[in-house]
Design a binder for this molecule. Structure first.
Ligand SMILES: Nc1nc2c(ncn2[C@@H]2O[C@H](COP(=O)(O)OP(=O)(O)OP(=O)(O)O)[C@@H](O)[C@H]2O)c(=O)[nH]1
Length: 550
């Protein structure tokens, strides 16, 4: 029986399908009373692994919690190691670090090289993530002392490369990369080798060494495609696309960047995902494609934020798990309270949404009745209302209507503690355009400016003409950094308005000011004032730029 369990362990990561089938078969056919404690625990470990590989982390954890305690110390540590692994995969970092602390205490008794790696590999990865390269390095060195097996040495050293890159000089890193690369190639550890090369390509991009990036891409891409590993595909393609872009080959860069996008897993916050969005953003910028610029700018920011958030929660969890124990427990309880509150908030929100839905159904019944009764009256009054609310030249809200809508939005955001930002902009040297090319040309320019900025706004944004050539946008649920990005995109788009078909082409530009409720409060007049002041700074500093009030 023990031999059979060891065989299954062997094929665990090599033949995923066969492993799953055989574990289930064994689990259903064997009589547990005939097994020793260790065999029972080993079977539970394999069964839990099968659940982990199929993504069912909760079940895997309960299998391990219920597993019989083995007499064999190595097996016990593997069970604890897998529990840590599951906590990491399910983002429960506090539990993960508490488990790690226990594992590290038991580490000196680990003598089997493969078990050492199985138990400690994830811990090293996590230490790298929280930038505790010193702790990761200690574990790597200990592992290298235990193991002479080339596959394990490749994996350990590959994990150590990130720390060497971040903490030592480039020459040392370059030499280490070459060593690890050849070691992993000899050991035929393809995935680890390719991950090391992918990271190296991004390192080379940082050093602005573009031809070597493309050489690595050509040399290894067929291996990458064979692994069928999306994070590797996306990483290689994005790195090569960025190198091509920097060398000015936009067409080839675009092709690879799109391929990278198609390889991207949707729910991963891997650096390869970030790199792909960065390249697609740079491409949109080079092509003047403002829709893509906004889209990928947003995606890039979201991914950056998610990576930073994850790192912060890992660092906090590490501090909690290694801090003084009573304080630690209190904080964990506080965190749990936070989680309870979040769940409560979510439930309340769901309830509110359901109530709102019910309310909408009732209201829509009345509305239909009213609509039928007053159809004629409404169409006439609607026409008058449009005239009173919207600017005739550009079609957006006039000053009065803009203020009305803006105040409603500000009140809503304040009550619901949502962010709120304001952007104001004013065309540069517009008088000169009127004076030189005539008032009709000025009108045309105003219409073009509004039409192109409108492209980048959401339905909930409030866009108004608040002066002759001055405009304002109120952005509910939007922080200043995003508002600033929108302003930059509008600024770029206005500067790109094409006047080449006129007999005397001219350039249109605008200056922007941004303010945010978190800094200036929720009063619309104060927000507009503050954004106006930032706008004057943009004008004073040479125009055609965006300034923020904070
Ligand atoms: N064509 C046209 N011009 C307008 C309209 N409303 C205001 N203007 C003109 O916009 C110009 C604004 O000029 P200024 O306030 O001196 O500002 P500017 O020339 O843009 O200079 P800076 O803002 O300092 O960069 C004036 O010439 C106004 O007549 C309009 O509806 N149509």
């Amino acid at each position: 029986m023990s031999e059979r369990l060891n065989e299954l362990d062997e094929i665990r990561l090599k033949d995923r399908h066969g492993f799953s089938q055989q574990v289930s078969l064994l689990k259903n056919s064997v009589s547990t009373t005939t097994l020793t404690n260790d065999q029972l625990a080993h079977l539970s470990l394999l069964y839990a692994w099968d659940k982990v590989l199929s993504g069912d982390f909760n079940q895997a954890l309960s299998i391990l919690e219920e597993a019989a305690g083995p007499d064999n110390k190595q097996l016990l540590l593997r069970i604890q190691g897998l529990k840590v692994n599951i906590h990491i995969l399910s983002y429960r970092y506090t539990e993960a670090f508490i488990g790690i602390e226990q594992l590290l205490k038991a580490l000196p008794s680990l003598t089997n090289e493969l078990t050492y790696y199985q138990v400690i590999g994830q811990v090293i990865l996590l230490f790298n993530n929280i930038e505790r390269y010193d702790l990761a390095q200690q574990l790597i060195e200990q592992g290298l002392k235990i193991s002479q097996a080339s596959d394990i040495r490749c994996r350990l050293q590959a994990l150590g490369l990130q720390g060497i890159y971040k903490t030592s000089d480039f020459q040392h890193y370059d030499a280490s990369f070459t060593d690890v690369n050849s070691l992993c190639e000899q050991a035929e550890e393809t995935i680890f080798n390719l991950l090391v090369i992918r990271n190296h390509m991004f390192y080379l991009l940082e050093q602005q060494q573009y031809p070597p990036v493309l050489r690595l891409y050509t040399d290894y891409i067929s291996q990458v495609l064979n692994t069928n590993y999306p994070i590797l595909n996306a990483g290689f393609q994005a790195a090569a696309a960025e190198a091509l872009l920097k060398q000015g080959d936009l067409v080839a860069a675009d092709k690879l960047a799109r391929a990278a996008e198609q390889s991207l897993p949707t729910d991963r916050h891997d650096p390869a995902v970030l790199a792909s969005y960065r390249v697609l953003y740079l491409l949109a910028q080079a092509e003047g494609n403002f829709n893509n610029l906004l889209f990928y700018g947003e995606k890039r920011r979201e991914t950056e934020l998610a990576i930073a958030k994850e790192k912060a929660s890992q660092q906090l969890a590490y501090q909690l798990a290694t801090g003084e124990s009573r304080l630690k427990e209190q904080r964990i309880q506080l965190l749990d309270k936070d989680n309870e509150l979040l769940t409560l908030e979510r439930n309340l929100y769901q309830q509110q949404a359901e109530n709102r839905y019910l309310f909408l159904i009732i209201i829509s019944g009345f509305t239909l009745l009213l609509a039928v009764l007053s159809y004629r009256g409404l169409t006439r009054s609607q026409r008058f209302r449009r005239l009173a609310e919207f600017d005739q030249l550009t079609g957006i809200s006039n000053r009065h209507h803009f203020y009305q809508q803006a105040n409603i939005a500000a009140k809503y955001c304040e009550q619901n503690q949502r962010p709120l930002s304001v952007v104001v902009f004013d065309l540069d040297y517009f008088k000169k355009i009127n004076d030189t090319y005539g008032h009709a040309m000025g009108d045309w320019a105003l219409q073009q400016v509004v039409a192109c900025c409108r492209n980048f706004m959401r339905n909930s944004d409030i866009f108004g003409r608040v002066g002759g050539e001055e405009f304002a946008i109120v952005l509910p649920d939007c922080t200043a950094d995003k508002a600033e990005m929108l302003a930059e995109i509008c600024r770029d788009a206005i500067a790109a308005i094409d006047t080449s078909h006129f007999s005397s082409p001219f350039t249109l530009t605008a200056s922007f000011g941004v303010s945010e409720a978190a800094h200036d409060g929720y009063d619309i007049s104060a927000l507009l004032d503050s954004a106006d002041k930032a706008l004057y700074k943009a004008k004073d500093n040479g125009r055609n730029q965006v300034w923020c009030s904070n």
